[in-house]
Ligand binder design. Structure first.
Ligand code: ADP
Length: 286
């Protein structure tokens, strides 16, 4: 069941309206923006919430599906989905100066230093700002309260969505993750059927299989081995409590227990975000 904690649905919907109806948001922000604040090597313009798109954060353990849901919402709301894990993997693929150092850290399931991750994120935010982006759905950042405080220096986060699944499901999902080496799309070959205990509902998730064109090109992330996944979950659990408390104390945290796979969870998530009618109107218009 989706549960909302100390979160006003009005804040989410008012930001969505802004995305929809504020055609001149970028121009208005240009003239009314605050002085840029530094993050990493770049200065990012902090904008008044009435002059920009949504700035949301997705929290959740490895394998919970933050990327999947953030990416769907990104398409729905027209705001970029920025995943720091993707920025790290791009850096690894580029064989740049820090790639070797990163490979070792990522393959051990450890966190990259704040300095490196903030440098990658600030570069991405600055590039987005130059293209007129004024909002984002952040996935994988912040992961610690220190990162949250740094983010607060440059952005006023509207909402933090905390996606949750039982740990046994998370491990199965991480081990079932596959990426098409050609098109980059994510799939999952795990077929999950966990019985509910003590009256709580069970969870079933059908595999998310690739089309036949991707089937022979599937690759597994090098950090999705059982040992590394368990280490990533351990680190996540250690850091997540204070981070959740940080946003809970600000009244921004929305807890969402995923009821199953995408077909069950997506409509419930939209409902919790008060975006269900918005999606219906959009699909009728399309
Ligand atoms: P997952 O959520 O499945 O653990 P991600 O794709 O978000 O994986 O991240 C992959 C790896 O990139 C992490 O294990 C970590 O090494 C690094 N990373 C991503 N985001 C951060 C962050 N905010 N701080 C430190 N390291 C990060």
């Amino acid at each position: 069941m989706a549960a909302i904690t100390r979160f006003s649905k009005h804040s989410a919907i008012s930001h969505v309206r802004r995305c929809l109806y504020s055609a001149s948001a970028a121009a208005a922000a240009e003239s009314n923006s605050h002085a840029p604040s530094p993050i990493g090597n770049y200065k990012i313009t902090r904008r008044d919430p009435s002059e920009r798109n949504v700035q949301w954060v997705f929290l959740g353990s490895p394998g919970v599906g933050k990327g999947t849901y953030a990416s769907r919402l990104s398409t729905l709301l027209g705001v970029p989905h920025i995943a720091t894990g993707d920025l790290v993997r791009e850096e690894l693929a580029s064989s740049g100066p820090i790639a070797k150092q990163l490979t070792e850290i990522v393959n051990q399931g450890k966190l990259v230093s704040d300095e490196i991750i903030i440098s990658l994120l600030s570069k991405r935010l600055k590039a987005g700002e130059a293209k007129g982006e004024s909002g984002f759905l952040l996935d994988g950042f912040p992961r610690t309260t220190n990162q949250a405080e740094i983010l607060e220096g440059v952005a006023d986060i509207d909402l933090v969505v905390n996606l949750r699944l039982p740990e046994s499901v998370l491990i199965e999902k991480c081990l079932g993750r596959r990426i098409c080496g050609q098109c980059g799309k994510n799939f999952n070959v795990a077929s999950i059927d966990v019985k509910g205990l003590n009256g709580s509902p069970g969870i079933s998730m059908a595999p998310l299989l690739p089309p036949s064109s991707c089937m022979s090109k599937l690759v597994t992330r090098s950090d999705d081995t059982e040992q590394v996944v368990k280490e990533r979950l351990r680190i996540y659990n250690e850091k997540s409590q204070p981070l959740e408390d940080y946003y809970r104390n600000q009244g921004k945290l929305m807890e969402f227990d995923l009821p199953g796979g995408i077909p069950e969870s997506w409509p419930k998530l939209l409902e919790a975000l008060n975006l269900d009618e918005f999606e219906e109107r959009r699909s009728v218009a399309a």
